[in-house]
Design a binder for this molecule. Structure first.
Ligand code: GUN
Length: 284
């Protein structure tokens, strides 16, 4: 079998187009959705992501603020800026790019963000709501994964889903969201005894381990849907996922490539969350 490609790049472009039209409509009603991205330090990968977010925000017509803070920024200075964003009525959603340079305290930073403006869905209040199935913001990468399945008409209900990775950003929330859609969900991780046996039962695989080409074709059930969240740079500079695309494509029915799969969806979902936050804050 040669898997069909789940083209995240084109779905993300389509969603940005839909959001652009929605933002134009909101602007006609006097609402201009605003996003701010705060970044501390000069990590090259983070700089690249932040620029991509700003570009997407501009493309769909959001009011966009990029707040770059130097290495050496103190916890108090960062909390001060978060306070400003919380109070700024032109900013409906904002995020602090992670990881933060040491010795900044990430947990305290996340908890300082007003939950209504938490477009990452990292605040414990929003994480708790997600877990109990209350309506509200959903984290961008997991939402991107489920949106890809939905846009390709790939069924979730009743399927056996195996999530590899248990991070707070991807593994745990994507497992939760698949569960809410009535999948039977298994979470695997570094201490899982027999990963291959678990994976071979999966109708849907979500790979979020952060290890290049870790999941190979022989671990995949014929006909499975494989969603690869990984972004890893090999020593030769090539960017690859957590799944070995060449061998897994021989076995799976559907697969996301890296790059061009989940990555662009994460940014599109951040834009979507911002538009939703603006609508929520301006209704009334
Ligand atoms: N660093 C890597 N991914 C993310 C993300 O989705 N949000 C934030 N705030 N930082 C990140």
């Amino acid at each position: 079998m040669t898997a069909k490609i789940i083209d995240g790049k084109s779905v993300a472009a389509q969603i940005r187009m839909e959001l652009k039209a929605e933002v134009e409509e909101l602007k006609r009603g006097g609402i201009c959705p605003g996003i701010a991205v705060i970044m501390v330090g000069d990590d090259p990968a983070s700089q690249m992501y932040v620029k991509m977010k700003e570009k997407a925000a501009q493309e769909i017509g959001l009011h966009s603020v990029l707040r770059l803070m130097p290495v050496g920024t103190t916890q108090e200075q960062l909390l001060q800026v978060i306070g400003e964003m919380n109070r700024d009525s032109n900013i409906h959603g904002f995020m602090v790019q992670l990881p933060l340079p040491e010795p900044l305290r990430e947990k305290e930073v996340i908890e300082a963000i007003h939950p209504d403006k938490d477009v990452d869905c990292f605040h414990p209040y929003n994480v708790g709501r997600l877990l109990i199935g209350e309506a509200g913001v959903k984290p961008c990468t997991p939402l991107g994964c489920l949106t890809l399945l939905d846009r390709y008409g790939l069924e979730i209900e009743g399927k056996k889903a195996v999530v590899v990775g248990r991070s707070n950003i991807v593994g745990k929330p994507v497992a939760t969201m698949l569960l809410h859609r009535n999948a039977t969900v298994t979470i695997c991780h570094s201490r899982t005894k027999d990963l291959a046996t678990e994976l071979r039962q999966a109708d849907i695989v979500v790979a979020a381990v952060g290890q290049p080409q870790f999941i190979t074709g022989e671990m995949v059930k014929p006909g499975a849907v494989v969603i690869d969240v990984g972004i890893n740079r090999l020593p030769n500079g090539k960017v690859v996922g957590d799944v070995d695309l060449a061998s897994a494509s021989q076995v799976a029915a559907w697969i996301t490539p890296v790059p061009g799969g989940v990555g662009p969806m994460t940014i599109a979902m951040l834009m979507k969350n911002t538009v939703e936050a603006a609508k929520n804050q301006c209704k009334g």
